[in-house]
Design a protein around this ligand. Sequence first.
Ligand code: AVJ
Length: 330
Amino acid sequence: TIVIPAVTDHVISREPLEIFSQDVVRGLTASPKYLESKYFYDATGDRLFQQIMQCQEYYLTNCEMEIMTEQAADIAAAITSRIKAPFDLIELGPGDATKSIHLLEQLLKTGTDYTYYPIDISANVISSLEKELPEKLPGLQLHGLNGDYFDMLQQAAALSRRPKALLLMGANIGNFTPVAARKFCRQLRSCMQPGDLLLIGFDLKKHPQIILNAYNDAAGITRAFNMNLLTRINRELQADFDLDAFEHYPVYDPGAGSCKSYLVSLADQEVHIGHADVTIQFQQYETLYMEISQKYSLEETEELALQTGFRPDGCFKDTKGWFADCVWKA
Ligand code: AVJ
């Protein structure tokens, strides 16, 4: 791994607890109250998200896995026909790379000269990939980058002047509101050269009940995933959230395409955050907004591309038509 200190490193990595505390207090003192879903992913949150991906109701993972296994050759060809090897394949938030590995393998099989740069904020993710991927894919050229997406994209640009294909899979773009997604895509575009590619995953609009069920599984895993952030705040910030006094309440607005998860306070109550020495009042039925998972139509994905400086250039869908990995050209 090359660990390059980011410009903001002295803020982000010296006192991550302070940043967490400030973000939590900012959200809980806002009106309406909110927490940032990026904080779901502590060790327990990572494990719960793995379990969500196994849930029968959570169709997203299976759909995208089908795309990556069944259409790996077409996706590889889409890349190699649009950019010239040798190139850099940069994945933002690779997880365990179980989906992208099919593309990596296909590119190796066809003798394509490329270097794989997984970028993740979690040092754990990067070190596991560096350990496991070369065993699974002999001959893979791999360069892990541990840090913020945009800081690491700058580093990747500094390391090589090769053309780039970026991967943003797993519908991670869904955790942005449409406005924030535009800002994020413009920022991505500013890190790319004309002709570079982005392969970006979107969860598509479908029957509203199917979407709602994916965020309200019968086994209660998604409920536990949301509640775990309160547990994390209790533990790391010495707070006293009473989990039984909150109810997990996801809603899906089929007009807006937004699935939002709330925790609803079941009583008038106070929560003390020891670390910040702040007391938060909740009224009965007051909402705490936890997460957005935005759904798109294919037309909306194309609009997003055009609004942010990309040219939409084809899509790979699963057989149900529930998920799309789209090719955008910078
Ligand atoms: C990781 C953002 C794709 O929004 O579907 C799953 C996270 N939250 N269940 C999503 C999540 C609740 C997931 N993404």
